[in-house]
Design a protein around this ligand. Structure first.
Ligand SMILES: [Zn+2]
Length: 276
């Protein structure tokens, strides 16, 4: 059994939990790997090729390719399983601008998502449940943040090995869109637990200091589309439009123009006082 040394990603479970993800630690993950990392430069995303592939199968591998086959497994319900801290056989032959040829396994953390990928031409997120996509975005954001790297350091297997191996995973994932979603998540401190926001309900017609705080948050944190929003404590059509735009740009939120617990948490809305 190759040793897994100090340079390894033994922080994986901690940073994923801190991101608010549902994390399972596969027994033995800290010791699992084909040797130690010394220079982790980014993250590589894959689909397993089957909607039902398990984390255990990633740990064990195949007769022709012993596991671990990646460091993380993301299930369709959004559960993130930490499979290995050491080097895994996920990348194979390929190249990318910040990777010397054929060294992906030694310089990137691999994320295998339980997904068939559908087809190389499928539109973005076909067959990707909200929970799974949100967990993928959160995982990539957490890893990039820990590595001190921007969202651009998340690449797809198809970008690295499309030419060398004909890989097209992750299927039905537009990598530019994924990287934009990761960048937003990196820039946004992780949402507080939804429990903090139980009972929050701001919608058209709401008034008061909590609405003003909502408007302040939108105006200053999301100036790209809410920079002109009046801070008047009245939830009118402009506030609703800004809320809808925030929801549209966020992962996993319903676009309904209503600020309930999930939207409030995603906004990191400061609660000014408990409602009377
Ligand atoms: Zn792959």
């Amino acid at each position: 059994m190759p040793g897994v040394g100090r340079g390894d990603s033994v922080w994986l479970a901690d940073v994923l939990r801190a991101e608010g993800l549902e994390v399972v630690e596969l027994p033995g993950w800290r010791q699992r790997g084909h040797g130690a990392f010394s220079d982790i430069r980014g993250v590589m995303v894959h689909h397993t090729g089957s909607d039902s592939a398990t984390a255990e199968s990633i740990a064990v591998g195949r007769p022709d390719l012993p596991g671990p086959l990646s460091q993380l497994h993301v299930a369709r319900d959004g559960t993130v399983t930490v499979v290995a801290a050491g080097v895994a056989w996920h990348a194979g032959a390929g190249s990318f601008s910040w990777l010397p040829a054929n060294t992906g396994n030694w310089h990137t953390l691999g994320i295998e998502c339980a997904n068939s990928g559908t087809s190389p031409w499928a539109p973005h997120r076909r067959n990707w449940p909200d929970e799974q996509y949100a967990a993928l975005v959160g995982s990539c954001a957490a890893l990039c943040r820990r590595l001190g790297r921007p969202a651009s350091r998340t690449i797809g297997h198809k970008e690295y090995a499309g030419r060398a191996q004909g890989k097209w995973d992750p299927g039905a994932i537009d990598m530019g869109t994924l990287r934009r979603d990761i960048a937003v998540r990196i820039a946004t401190p992780r949402p507080a637990p939804d429990d903090d926001y139980v009972g929050v309900l701001l919608q058209r017609g709401s008034t008061g200091p909590q609405v003003a705080e909502l408007q302040r948050r939108l105006r200053y944190a999301y100036a790209a589309y809410a920079g002109d929003l009046a801070i008047d404590g009245v939830f009118g059509p402009d506030t609703e439009a800004a809320v809808r735009e925030f929801q549209r740009r966020s992962t996993g939120l319903e676009v309904d123009g209503i600020v309930g617990p999930a939207t409030a948490a995603a906004l990191r809305l400061r609660l000014v006082s408990s409602p009377a």
